[in-house]
Design a protein around this ligand. Structure first.
Ligand code: NAP
Ligand code: MG
Length: 494
């Protein structure tokens, strides 16, 4: 399919509205901004910028839908059924959703369809099942007399969901689906740069017949709409995915009513390639892990540690892979790597590459922008990097790999080098030696560890960070329980 043969989604035919209490509305202030296609810098449509007023309306609607019970007291099997219908609707509208995602983020259309949209549907299906499976338990108490004691899992209430721009639909769904399965009602704020698929999702939610107010979507700026959500006394919990700096800044505001807070933040994840590894697979995975989605992945393997005896071969292999990846607009059929999300993000990434050069790193692949109107950065490999450099310490959120060598260090020393970061989101180990693998797994301070595996995202597996990569876990039982309160009930039977 070429871009000319593609039908423009109807969503783009008029300015975007917000979904509040089952109605599509524009912001009261009339404020709006352009939504840009990062592949060519052109305006796709305008979005409405909501603020405290719209957030308050949405919180009231969510509160009504929660308290009066059309969602929180709906039979769990009925919630499951609606969530499964939504998964089905995502699949049925998959081509259109993928096109919207590609237009808005620049990611390859094939990837948007095969990964982003399919993952969102799978996520819904996985979490749909939890509505009927959440449970408390009876407890064996030793109080004097005769007691019936048990715990109840109850929905936490009205939840504010704030998501970033790198995987917009899948990220929105990964928060909406466990929250709804648990019986909460929600207010979603997409990133200001990427509202399209969230709003199309809102249309599907309405078409399927979710009661009004169960899902509200307010578009707007982080420091306005986002902040208003975090500040609102009617919001019981915030689930935020984004940068560590914004995550930290939310805490003071959330303290106003002691909202529950879940945070999925940044990372600077290490990849270890030992001399005995299957080097071809390791190189493929390392390249995909840092260049996929143009490096805009929180769990991107951005720090490579490679054993000196295989370093020449591995770095050469990564350089070749970096150079051969086709950087192109997301709609171009041969696109493997799209642009970064914005001109600002491109400047930021280039600023890091320049700082790497200034601090003595050598660029052995990429390191340049790409001519044209889109916000393209070449896949970049840096060698001669040291642990004190900015490119090694800070999250770049772009296609930039820093490499360091190791000798026959003890695993203790090597893990310490991997752990020398404020972050603790993810890590990968490539070795055929069981002992090395298990010992490294135990020593790494990260929420997710992969051994001899490329990406391994599965909704049954908890995902989240140690240290400054976050609070709490998404996915799995833990991910749904994060949207519940636990009530202890004791009944005196005497
Ligand atoms: P961001 O600036 O932290 O923004 C994330 C979301 O928070 C956006 O919706 C943003 O709105 C909103 N926001 C910004 N300032 C806010 C405030 N003061 N109060 C309330 N909300 C506010 O992050 P980003 O630049 O979009 O995304 C990149 C970062 O996200 C990276 O650091 C990456 O590691 C992290 N990330 C983490 C994960 C994970 O699962 N751990 C996944 C993806 C991304 P605006 O868009 O309007 O600014
Ligand atoms: Mg931002």
């Amino acid at each position: 399919m070429t871009s000319l043969e593609m039908k423009m989604p109807a969503l783009l035919s008029q300015p975007l509205k917000m979904l509040i209490d089952g109605e599509w509305v524009s912001s009261q202030s009339g404020a709006h901004m352009d939504v840009i296609n990062p592949s060519n810098g052109l305006v796709l449509v305008q979005e409405s910028l909501g603020g405290a007023y719209e957030v308050d309306l949405a919180v009231q609607a969510a509160r009504r839908a929660f308290e009066s019970g059309p969602w929180s007291r709906m039979r769990p099997a009925e919630r499951t059924r609606l969530l499964l219908k939504l998964a089905e609707a995502l699949e049925q509208n998959g081509d259109e959703l993928a096109l919207l995602e590609t237009l808005n983020t620049g990611k390859p259309l094939k990837m948007a369809r095969a990964f982003d949209i399919s993952m969102a549907a799978e996520c819904l299906r996985y979490n749909a099942g939890w509505a009927t499976k959440l449970s408390g338990e009876t407890r064996n108490v030793s109080l004097p007399g005769d007691w019936h004691a048990y715990t109840l899992r109850e929905p936490v209430g009205v939840v504010g969901l704030i998501v970033p721009w790198n995987v917009p639909l899948a990220m929105a769904v990964s928060k909406i689906s466990p929250a709804l399965a648990a019986g909460c009602t929600v207010l979603l704020k997409p990133a200001e740069l990427t509202p399209l698929t969230a709003l199309r999702l809102g249309e599907l939610i309405q078409a399927i017949g979710f009661p009004p107010g169960v899902v509200n979507i307010v578009t707007g700026l982080g420091h306005e709409a986002g902040q208003a959500i975090v500040d609102h006394p009617g919001v019981d919990k915030i689930s935020f995915t984004g940068s560590t700096s914004v995550g930290k800044s939310l805490l003071a505001l959330a303290a106003g009513n002691l909202k529950r807070v879940s945070l999925e933040l940044g990372g600077k994840s290490p990849v270890f390639i030992f001399a005995d590894a299957d080097l071809d697979r390791a190189m493929d995975a390392a390249a995909r892990g840092i260049f996929g989605n143009t490096g805009q992945v929180c769990a991107a393997g951005s720090r490579l540690f490679v054993h000196r005896s295989v370093a020449d071969r591995v770095i050469e292999g990564l350089v070749q892979r970096a150079r051969s990846l086709r950087v192109a607009p997301g709609l171009s059929p041969d696109c493997e790597i799209g642009p970064v999300i914005s001109a600002r993000q491109r400047e930021r990434v280039m600023g890091y590459i320049d700082s790497g050069r200034a601090e003595g790193a050598e660029v052995v692949a990429g390191g340049q922008t790409v001519q044209g109107d889109g916000f393209f950065v070449q896949p970049t490999v840096l060698v001669n990097t040291r642990p004190d450099m900015k490119v090694v310490r800070e999250e770049i959120f772009g296609p930039v790999l820093s490499t360091q060598l190791f000798d026959d260090d003890s695993l203790e020393q090597l893990a310490a080098r991997g752990n020398d970061t404020h972050y603790g989101l993810s890590s990968s180990i490539w070795t055929r030696d069981l002992r090395t693998a298990h010992q490294m797994v135990r020593r790494l301070r990260a929420g997710n560890v992969r051994v001899n595996a490329a990406a391994a995202l599965d909704f049954a597996m908890p995902f989240g960070g140690y240290k400054q990569s976050g609070w709490g876990r998404e996915n799995g039982r833990e991910g749904v329980e994060a949207y519940t309160e636990l009530k202890s009930v004791a009944i005196d039977l005497n």
